[in-house]
Design a protein around this ligand. Sequence first.
Ligand SMILES: Cc1cc2nc3c(=O)[nH]c(=O)nc-3n(C[C@H](O)[C@H](O)[C@H](O)COP(=O)(O)OP(=O)(O)OC[C@H]3O[C@@H](n4cnc5c(N)ncnc54)[C@H](O)[C@@H]3O)c2cc1C
Length: 545
Amino acid sequence: MPAASQTTRDAREFDVVIIGAGHNGLVCAAYLARAGLKVKVLERRAVVGGAAVTEEFHPGFRNSVASYTVSLLNPKVIVDLDLHRHGLRIVERPAQNFLPLPDGGYLLTGEGRTKSEIAKFSTADAERYDQYCAKLETVADTLRDLVLRAPPNVVEGFGWRGLRELARAAALGNTLRGLDLEEQRVLLDLFTRSAADVLSEWFESEPIKALLGFDSIVGNYASPFDPGTAYVLLHHAFGEVNGKKGAWGHAIGGMGAITQAMARAAAEHGAEIETEAEVTEVLVERNRVVGVALKDGRAVRAKALAANVNLKLLYTHLIPEQALPDDFLERMRKFKCGSGTFRMNVALSELPSFTALPGKTASAHHGAGIIIAPSLAYMDNAYRDARERGWSREPIVEMLIPSTLDDSLAPPGAHVASLFCQHVAPVLPDGRSWDDASDEVADLMIATVDAYAPGFAASILGRQALSPLDLEREFGLVGGDIFHGALSLNQLFSARPMLGYADYRGPLCGLYHCGSGAHPGGGVTGAPGHNAARTILADLKPFSF
Ligand SMILES: Cc1cc2nc3c(=O)[nH]c(=O)nc-3n(C[C@H](O)[C@H](O)[C@H](O)COP(=O)(O)OP(=O)(O)OC[C@H]3O[C@@H](n4cnc5c(N)ncnc54)[C@H](O)[C@@H]3O)c2cc1C
C-alpha cells in the first residue's frame, strides 16, 4: 500500500469519488452527476459492472460470468437513468422454472402453466397456489415500497438527527399500517421463520415446496429449515420483469448490458469513470475523508467518498485502523460474509436433453431456471454435508441457458450455460485451499447436471469455475458473498451494515456507503446506489434529488 506522502496528486478536486464501478457505484454516479456534482468513479478491474458483467470465458463464448438473471433491478432506476435509451433490453423467460426429479417427473412453471403443473402432484396445492402468491405479493409490495427509502437509523440522544429518524420511523409505521392485521402476521412470519415452515403450512407436495424454497437458500448459506430463511425467499420475490411482478428475465447481451447502459448514463451526465484504477487507501484527515490513494501512486481528492466496495473490505483493508472508532471496526470485522456460492460458465456444443423431458431442440424448459434440488430435505442435506466436508456430495445447482434467448453469446448452434451452485463452504475445513479443490468440485457440479441430462458432460467445450476464493479475488466479494454480506436479520434494514449506520453515512465525515452492504442489500437492484445518492445530495446539495 503506498503511503499517502509518496503519491502524485490529481490537481483537480472532485465533489465525490466513488470506489468501485459495480452497478450500484454507477447508479450513484449517474444520480450525483445528473444533479450537477463533479464525480469520479475508480474501478479496480479492466471492465465496469462488478458482479454484473458479460465476459468471454472461452474463445467465441460470452456469458454473464457472475450475476446471471434479472428481476430485482428497480423500475425507477431504469426510468430515471433512461437505461432503455442507453441500450438495455430485458426479455422474459419462456417458462420461469423447471424442476426435473430423480424419478423422471418434473415441474415446469410459468405464465399459464403453473397451476396445472402443480396439480400433477397435488390438486390441493394447485388450489392454494393463487392464495399463496397473493399473500406473498402483498408483503412484497410493502418491501418494494421500502427498498428506495433509507430505513430509520438508530441514533443516540435527541437533537435534529433524532427527530429526522423519528419521522422515518413514523413513515415506516404508516407503510406497515397499510397492511391489515393478518398481512402483518404474514410479514412477521416471513421475517422470522424458516422457509420450510412457511411453505409446509401452504403446500403438501415436495416438488412445489422445493421449487419455491430454492429462493430461500440462493446466496444464503443455510438450511431451508433455519429460521430467517423465509426472508431470503421474499427478497427474491420483490422484483419484476417489464412490469410483471415476481418474474425473472434476461438482459440481451448479458448482465454486462445493464452496467454498460448505466455507465453510458453516468458518463452522459458528466461522471468520469476510470478502470484499472485500484484504490489502495482512503485518505483521512482529522476524522474526515479527503480522497483516495491509488495503486499506481496517484492521489485523488474529493469532498466526499462513496464506497461501492464490500464494506468489510473497505473498513478492514482500505481505511487506516486508527482512523475508525474501535467498536465500529470490531463489529465490521464480525460482519458475516460468505454466501456459500460456486459459479460456473460452460460452453456447450448442443442443448441438454433431460431424462424428464427429452429433446435437444430448444423448448420452454431450456429457457427456464433449471433447478436441481428436488426437495427441501435435499437442500438441508446439502447444507449439512457442506458444513462438514466443505461441499455436498449431492449439490444444489441452478442452470440457465441464456443463449436460448440471446444469440449474441455463442456461435450459431452452440450454447452457453450458467451453473449457479449453492452450498459450498466459504472457507474449506482443515485449512485446504479452494485452489486445490476447485477442479474436483467443478467436475461434481457437471456430473450432477449429467445425472438429470445424460450427455451434458460430453457436450462441454470449455468451462470456467469460480470458487468462493475466486469470487473474492476477481470481484472483491469477501468470502465470495454474492450479496456483500449475509441477508440475516441482524444485518438487514436498520441493521445494515450495523445499527447506527443505516443512513448510508459511514463513521467518518464525508464517507458514504453506496453498495450492497447497505439497505436493501444485494442483488442487481440499483437501490443502494440510488438511496446513497439521495443522502449525499442532501448533505452536499440539498433539494436537488
Ligand atoms: C455468482 C453471483 C451470482 C449472482 N446472481 C445474481 C442474479 O442472477 N441476479 C441478481 O439480481 N443478483 C445476483 N447476484 C448478486 C448481485 O450480482 C450483487 O449483489 C450485485 O451485483 C452487487 O453490486 P454492487 O454494485 O453493490 O457491488 P459489486 O458489483 O461487487 O461492485 C463493487 C465494485 O468494486 C470494485 N472494487 C473492489 N475493490 C476495489 C478497489 N480497491 N478499488 C477500486 N474498485 C474496487 C469491484 O471490482 C467491483 O467492480 C449474484 C452475484 C454473484 C457473485
